[in-house]
Design a protein. Sequence first.
Length: 76
Amino acid sequence: MDMKRLLIILAAIFAVVPLQLRAAGHDEEDKGGIDPKEIIFEHLGDGYDWEVPFDHHHRIPLPCIVWGSDGLHVFS
């Protein structure tokens, strides 16, 4: 496969994905608005790790970086 064809395929994928995400967001608004409590708890449950592509069993932990009044803190 030549590079031009690969770039066209990738451009098509990146053009379609945001449209799908935008369409999914409108469904929630039609059902009664956005629920902030649900959004907050969804993000609190997020993990601080990176899932290895095509392998849902292995994850690489990411560092948490916080800038505090006494300097920079990095932890996992």
